[in-house]
Design a protein around this ligand. Structure first.
Ligand code: FE
Length: 233
């Protein structure tokens, strides 16, 4: 099996939210898709260990926020890498509550949908929820939705060879041999590579990890610099 074949499947990135027992939670999902047109229904897949899965089962409703291309990494970190068991994710994010009591993240989103669960399919590690769409809103027609491919490439600072932001890693590595030590984020697994730097975070390529300002954080999940661990090259 060639794992790289999996990377050719296109996905978007979304926040799926729900509420139960007076608590709200949400998580970052790439598996959201329309399954029928009449009635309009979406399917989502949610890990059984995910805090939100229990809320969806209990309340029978969930919302889907379509993230915008320029979503700040802080939101990705909060909803993608932190557990609702320990953090109230809705405390610091702009959202609304539908008349059915479903929380909907509106911050950094281009559109949202609210669904009522019509079927739950046990898919092993995950539950697939099929839900009829109760309501939908377009928040900003001028903003582009985020795709998983864009997130993988651009947000990690790795650009295709023909992109204007492409960095010749091999050439840079040769130039900066004494500073090529890489460091790994213990939470999300992001690897800081000095040959690439963190251009989105203002760290130019060729910057050694020790020379990054102390208040720099993981561009994916927001973990502090001092928690990073050195990795063998
Ligand atoms: Fe991280």
């Amino acid at each position: 099996m060639n794992i790289e074949a999996f990377y050719t499947i296109s996905y978007g990135l979304f926040i799926v939210s729900s509420a139960a027992d007076g608590k709200k939670n949400g998580y970052i999902a790439n598996t959201v898709f329309q399954v029928t047109a009449t009635p309009p229904q979406f399917a989502i897949c949610c890990n059984k260990d995910n805090h939100t899965a229990g809320m969806i089962k209990k309340s029978g409703t969930f919302s889907v926020s379509v993230l915008e291309k320029d979503v700040p990494t802080g939101i990705m970190g909060l909803f993608g890498f932190k557990s609702g068991n320990t953090v109230n994710k809705f405390e610091s994010v702009t959202h609304i509550n539908t008349p059915n009591g479903t929380p909907v993240v509106t911050e950094s989103s281009v559109a949202w949908f609210e669904c009522r669960v019509s079927q739950v399919i046990d898919a092993g590690t995950h539950l697939m929820f099929i839900g009829e769409i109760l309501d939908a809103e377009l928040l900003d027609k001028n903003k582009e939705p985020l795709t998983y491919a864009y997130y993988r490439e651009a947000k990690r600072g790795i650009a295709p060879k023909n992109a204007p932001t492409y960095i010749d890693k091999d050439a840079l590595e040769k130039k900066s041999k004494p500073t090529i030590k890489k460091f790994k984020c213990p939470v999300c697994g992001y690897i800081y590579d000095p040959a690439i730097g963190d251009p989105d975070g203002g760290i130019p390529a060729g910057t050694a990890f020790k020379d990054i300002p102390d208040d720099w954080q993981c561009p994916i999940c927001g973990v502090n610099k001092n928690e990073f661990v050195e990795v063998d090259n």
